[in-house]
Design a binder for this molecule. Structure first.
Ligand code: MF3
Ligand code: CO
Length: 249
């Protein structure tokens, strides 16, 4: 079931998403060689509580931490632990907050020092997919307009799009309908309307689009071990066009 949000609700979701954006901004500054993913998780929790929010992922379907940290060939849902960042890594940081009954959700992929040129291009293309996709989030477009733009931009740059995970509606629940595919399946998808709020999250791979889940039950990795990148924003569809809620003002 799709729930449309009022202006008042979108206002609260903007506050929730703003906390997410501020946390990601601070985490970005801490992403240096020698830092452990567990330290990043702790920083995210502390900052969230300070800003009056609650980490959304901890305990969600049994997820054990507050932050998702996905390094190199890890696509999404990497669990913070004793792994230490090193020069040349890329790390996906995915974070969600619950604030006044509403969720915000966003992600970035960050390079650690100098990374190889192909991986740099992967990150850049994945972020472009996010923003090109967001441009499509206007009333009267269909969901597949978003999916097509993301898939085309990824594939025309020689990268593949992960098919087994996608974005989602968001609001009083972290994951609401509709599912937001990053590739064109069948049909045009639902018609977009004012009040729809979506967490959109393209995931791009250098090699195969195939992924698998590790034995920890969470960490999604590429089947060929090549790098992956993930960017996400919480976006409200308004009559004035898409409004990115998860950005630092
Ligand atoms: N942005 C991720 C998603 O929508 C966050 C979920 S992580 C989980 O899939 F741990 F909460 F599941
Ligand atoms: Co999400």
């Amino acid at each position: 079931m799709i729930s449309l949000k009022s202006k008042r609700e979108i206002g609260i979701m903007a506050e929730a998403s703003r906390i997410v954006a501020e946390v990601l901004q601070e985490l970005r500054e801490h992403c240096k060689a020698g830092v452990s993913t567990l330290e990043l998780d702790r920083i995210a929790e502390e900052k969230t509580v300070k800003l009056g929010g609650q980490p959304a992922f901890k305990g969600y379907r049994g997820y054990p931490k507050s932050l998702c940290t996905s390094i190199n060939q890890q696509v999404v849902h990497g669990i913070p632990g004793h792994t230490v960042l090193k020069e040349g890594d890329v790390i996906g940081l995915d974070f969600g907050v619950l604030y006044k009954g509403y969720f915000g959700d966003a992600a970035v992929t960050v390079p650690i020092g100098a990374i190889d040129p192909q991986t740099e291009r992967l990150l850049q293309t994945a972020e472009e997919c996010l923003y090109r996709g967001i441009e499509q989030l206007v009333p009267s477009n269909h969901l597949s307009d978003f999916s097509r733009v993301v898939q085309n931009h990824a594939e025309s740059n020689g990268f593949s799009v992960v098919k087994e995970f996608g974005g989602h509606g968001i609001g009083r629940q972290l994951h609401e309908d509709p599912m937001v595919l990053n590739y064109v399946a069948n049909g045009r998808g639902i018609k977009l309307r004012e009040g729809l709020v979506l967490a959109i999250e393209p995931m791009l791979n250098v090699g195969t689009d195939r992924v698998q889940i590790l034995s920890d039950g969470w960490t999604v990795v590429t089947l060929d071990g090549q790098p992956s990148a993930h960017f996400e924003h919480t976006v409200a569809i308004t009559d004035n066009g898409p409004e990115i809620l998860s950005k630092v003002a």
